[in-house]
Design a protein around this ligand. Structure first.
Ligand SMILES: [Zn+2]
Ligand SMILES: [Zn+2]
Length: 115
């Protein structure tokens, strides 16, 4: 456990919502996991709520278009074959399939109704 102190803690920060959390790994295959390969390179941290070693949480990833660091919240990014930040999704919305466009429009209109 002493070794951990010497490792500077790396922090993931979502550049859209500002969420920040320390992460333990960035990549597609988190250590200590059994046969898990993620679909994208992600910021990963060990699940602090699970006693199991191979449980982990995906915090976020980088936008495949603009390389912005974004969290996996549906407010900040969208995964459609690749990770896209919401800024890029809105910019290129017409290039996404109808189903995704419809979902986003639905979400935005329900949000507008709340606020
Ligand atoms: Zn975020
Ligand atoms: Zn982007």
């Amino acid at each position: 456990m002493d070794e951990a102190i010497e490792t500077p803690q790396k922090t993931f920060t979502c550049q859209l919502c500002g969420l920040s959390s320390p992460f333990t790994y960035y990549g597609q295959k988190p250590p200590n996991t059994r046969a898990i390969v993620l679909l994208e390179e992600c910021f990963v941290t060990k699940d602090p709520f699970s006693p199991e070693k191979d449980k982990f949480l995906v915090l976020g990833s980088t936008c495949s278009l603009c390389s912005l660091c974004v969290c996996v919240s549906s407010d900040c990014s969208l995964f459609y074959t690749k990770r896209f930040c919401m800024q890029c999704v809105n910019k290129h919305l017409d290039q996404f399939p109808q189903q995704i466009q419809a979902e986003l429009t639905k979400k935005q209109s329900s949000k507008a109704a709340v606020s």
